[in-house]
Unconditional design. Structure first.
Length: 121
């Protein structure tokens, strides 16, 4: 089966975290995401998932030159960033999109779906 990367975009200007969310709203979202994760696990689709801290907490590492550099912040500036993700296994893109629809409803957010590349044979 193909693995798919489901990502949740967040607004870079706001950089929300679970700590900054309204507690009642967070509880509702976490319950919905917990049910979605349970459903994914039961179906065999779940590989892993996680939430990410905002880009302002990132460190970009570059070891491509003569010396290694560590630069505070993201490697790219964007109006949105990936705030959370799932990696799932699905039989095809339509099945992955179906999971993304459920993730979008659970998180009250858009969800992007992309297949992970497989090494050529």
């Amino acid at each position: 089966m193909t693995q798919y990367f489901l990502t949740l975009p967040h607004d870079s200007a706001e950089e929300p975290t679970m700590a900054s969310m309204d507690p009642a709203e967070l509880e509702t979202v976490m319950a919905a995401v917990g049910k979605l994760n349970d459903d994914m696990i039961a179906s065999g689709a779940f590989v892993t998932a996680g939430g990410l801290f905002p880009p302002s907490t990132a460190i970009t590492v570059d070891a491509t030159g003569d010396s290694v550099t560590h630069t505070p912040g993201p490697f790219v500036e964007a109006k949105e960033y990936v705030g959370g993700f799932w990696i799932i296994e699905a039989t095809d893109q339509a099945a992955a999109v179906s999971w993304a629809e459920q993730a979008s409803a659970a998180c009250q957010s858009k969800v992007e779906v992309r297949a992970l590349q497989e090494a050529p044979e």
